[in-house]
Design a protein around this ligand. Structure first.
Ligand code: ATP
Ligand code: MG
Length: 354
């Protein structure tokens, strides 16, 4: 029996278009072994489109991908186009409209990939669960008195009980499937309305999940601990802003931003979820065929998990982990000379040889 999936591809800008084909090739290869067929519809939504037509995506863009089973995104962003355009013109509408309120980022130090931290070894294995649709990244606020000496800017954060409860439930449920420990990022000593509310809801979640241990840490102390001893974490949950910072930091701890994967999940599955490498469009290396495809490939493996095929997802992970552990073929970001295709071919050979 074959299970068919329709995937919306948004290569985006720069190396986005170079790392998605490897991810699709890996999906096809592993799909063959597991009775899964993928058809891909590609959309040219990007900063290039913005430059030509004044919008990252067409007005009915979301409707065009609403009925796909998942979205695979490369990267959006390009010099000359302000970051908030690619963010608010594409990524944030998709995340919000499709209620992808979980941003999930696994952090693992893989054998054969040196971490910048001497102490980080393969026992570093945790996930960052970031709230993805509310919190600090709101549209509420404004600028007053432009050009006057007392000019000011005001930005409101929005934390809703349902919004915080559902991300905490996701984090605690994830911990139940892992080692059963949650650390919540807070800053309730400085941010005195939203963060104490967040802390209260964390305590309530802790009561709902008596089998999970939890504690909270102020974000400033927490980032220091992630650097000093990353092996002590299982699940870290944070608001939109804190989760963003933590997950980029953690990706760096794992060795290279070129490896780090991310999933924007709609846990209710009433809309597609979106999978994207953590890295950006990398204009400095775009077009050279040297980008590390691993972040995109790992993201595709998270897509397999989400679609209900964790064995296939794990096979992808094993395949690239074994390339890293048993060969010295590396892309430039990991100190090697291999191109995107060289590395991808080894992963594909690994899958074919299983
Ligand atoms: P954006 O604004 O789109 O996030 P950025 O410039 O902030 O872009 P990245 O595009 O992630 O960040 O690039 C940061 C650095 O990491 C660059 O030097 C880039 O070449 C490198 N880099 C990012 N992704 C990869 C990759 N997949 N393979 C190799 N190097 C990468
Ligand atoms: Mg960036």
């Amino acid at each position: 029996m074959t299970t068919r999936y329709r995937i919306a591809l948004i290569p985006g800008d720069g190396i986005g278009a170079e790392v998605l084909p490897p991810a699709c090739a890996v999906l096809d290869a592993v799909g063959k072994r597991h009775g899964l067929t993928f058809t891909y519809d590609s959309f040219d939504w990007s900063c290039e489109r913005y430059a030509a037509e004044g919008a990252m995506m067409p007005a009915d863009g979301l409707d065009r991908i609403r009925h796909h089973d998942a979205v695979l995104l490369g990267a959006v962003g390009w010099p000359g186009v302000p970051d908030h355009v690619s963010l608010w013109g594409l990524l944030i509408p998709i995340r919000r409209q499709f209620r992808q309120y979980v941003n999930l980022r696994p952090i693992k130090v893989l054998e054969g990939v040196p971490s910048p931290l001497a102490k980080a070894t393969s026992d570093v294995d945790f996930v960052v669960v970031r709230e993805n649709v509310e919190g600090e990244y709101s549209e509420i606020g404004g600028r007053l008195g432009r050009g006057f000496p007392d000019e000011m800017a005001i930005q409101q954060s929005v934390f809703t009980r349902p919004g915080v409860e559902r991300i905490l439930d996701y984090a605690f449920t994830t911990a139940q499937r892992r080692s059963g420990d949650v650390v919540s990022a807070t800053k309730s000593n400085g941010i005195i309305h939203t963060m104490p509310f967040w802390d209260e809801l964390v305590k309530e979640a802790g009561d709902r999940f008596p089998d999970v241990t939890w504690r909270q840490e102020h974000i400033d102390a927490l980032v220091a601990k992630v650097v000093l001893d990353p092996s002590r974490f299982d699940v870290i949950v944070g608001s939109n802003l804190f989760g963003d910072i933590l997950s980029d930091l953690a990706a760096a701890v794992a060795g290279s931003i070129g490896i780090a994967p991310a999933a924007n999940l709609n846990p209710e599955r009433d809309h597609p979820s979106m999978f994207e490498p953590v890295h950006g469009s990398a204009p400095d290396i775009a077009g050279q065929g040297v980008a590390n495809p691993l972040g995109a490939i790992w993201s595709a493996s998270m897509m397999l998990d989400h679609l209900g095929h964790p064995e296939a997802g794990a096979e992808v992970l094993d395949s690239f982990a074994s390339v890293l552990a048993t060969t010295d073929v590396r892309t430039r970001d990991l100190g090697g000379t291999a191109g995107t295709k060289d590395f991808t071919n080894l992963v594909l050979e690994g899958i074919a040889g299983r």
